[in-house]
Design a protein around this ligand. Structure first.
Ligand SMILES: [Fe+2]
Ligand SMILES: [Fe+2]
Length: 366
């Protein structure tokens, strides 16, 4: 018996085959947007898969087995599918600017989910280490469902991303395994914080829920939470990854991930207004949650209460807007220099140091 919907697929291969079948209806527009590679758009990654495959999880065995068992039990099987809770969406009646920003949000989210899927699937395909292969198979399964579900929502608006085409044609960025751990761990945890913050906000203010997909965010962020836990455990197997010079790399990735989120979200004012969310409040809330979570493994957190923090973000956002509007070479150079200076100013804010607990595993607390 083969699954007909990505929500019911139990392996990544099955999930991708279903999407391949639907791809004939996908649109050039959405695929073109997903193909973009800028500092602010989701990228596809490749790495040294042999080095990752060599990880020995024995030092964290008990916690590892617990997490894998939870993922094997597949709490979200069948969840990522439209049901009676899926209210009709009035795409034609949607205010044009909101529609544009929301579609952009969906395409970008779909690309980001799929980026995880292709990386995890490749690790699963190349690996020989039973523990690693099992974990990456489970994570790829989840991300294929997430991307498939967002594409379902996009199809109602007459657009969808051709994920098979992206796999073949989108540029892959190489990251050393340790950078994959920092970047992916953070993107899973910040993904959890973003989804749960929106979910809780809309639970309290349902009049702002202008699209049904937000109802799915609670279980959704449970998957992202578990993926983040897996990367925390992988990093825990080797203390070098979170000490010495690597602490500077961790600070760099924290700053880059937080700053990118700020700039990207501020490009969607109508979307945030429709949600009834102030993007500055939202950013602060998400950073606070992500920092609290990342204390499980990172020995530092960023000082987001520092007077230079918010100022730096605003400067970076402005420089980015100037860059987008620049119509000559000089204006471009000036905006780029301003963006660089703003990022440097964020990066040089002293970080907050703390002790990391012996046990890594957390439970979703928000
Ligand atoms: Fe995901
Ligand atoms: Fe994930």
């Amino acid at each position: 018996m083969h699954a007909k919907h990505t929500a019911d697929a139990t392996t990544v291969e099955e999930g991708l085959a279903i999407q391949e079948e639907q791809a004939k209806y996908d649109s050039q527009f959405a695929t073109d947007v997903a193909m973009q590679n800028t500092l602010l758009t989701p990228r596809f990654y490749t790495t040294d898969f042999d080095e990752m495959d060599a990880i020995d999880v024995s030092p964290v065995r008990a916690e590892w087995d617990g997490l894998i068992e939870e993922m094997e039990s597949d709490p979200n099987k069948g969840h990522f599918k439209k049901n009676e809770d899926w209210d009709t969406v009035d795409w034609d009646g949607m205010e044009p600017q909101l529609k544009k920003e929301f579609i952009d949000f969906l395409i970008s989210s779909c690309t980001a989910e799929f980026s995880g899927c292709v990386l995890y699937k490749e690790m699963k395909r190349r690996g020989k280490n039973g523990d690693i292969v099992q974990l990456f198979q489970l994570m790829a399964r989840d991300e294929a469902r997430h991307a498939g579900f967002i594409n379902d929502a996009l199809r109602e608006a007459g657009v969808a991303v051709n994920l098979g085409f992206l796999t073949q044609k989108k540029k892959y960025t190489y990251f050393r395994p340790k950078f994959i751990y920092y970047a992916t761990y953070l993107s899973e945890k910040i993904g959890y914080a973003r989804y749960i913050t929106i979910f809780r906000h809309l639970q309290a203010n349902p009049e702002h829920r202008f699209h049904p997909i937000f109802k799915w965010f609670e279980e959704w962020c449970g998957d992202e939470f578990r993926h983040g836990e897996a990367f925390a455990l992988l990093m825990k197997t080797d203390p070098k990854l979170t000490s010495g010079i690597n602490v500077y790399w961790i600070k760099f990735f924290l700053t880059a991930v937080y700053a990118t989120m700020y700039v990207r979200d501020h490009q969607r004012p109508a979307f945030h207004e429709a949600l009834g969310v102030d993007p500055d409040w939202y950013a602060h809330e998400v950073y606070t949650k992500t920092s609290k979570l990342s204390e499980q493994i990172f020995p530092i957190t960023l000082d987001i209460e520092h007077p230079r923090w918010q100022r730096g973000l605003v400067r970076l956002q402005k420089a980015n807007a100037d860059l987008a509007a620049a119509n000559n070479f000089l204006a471009k150079i000036v905006a780029q220099a301003q963006a660089g200076a703003a990022f440097l100013s964020l990066l040089t804010i002293p970080a907050i140091r703390h002790d990391v607990p012996d046990s890594v595993r957390l439970e979703p607390a928000y």
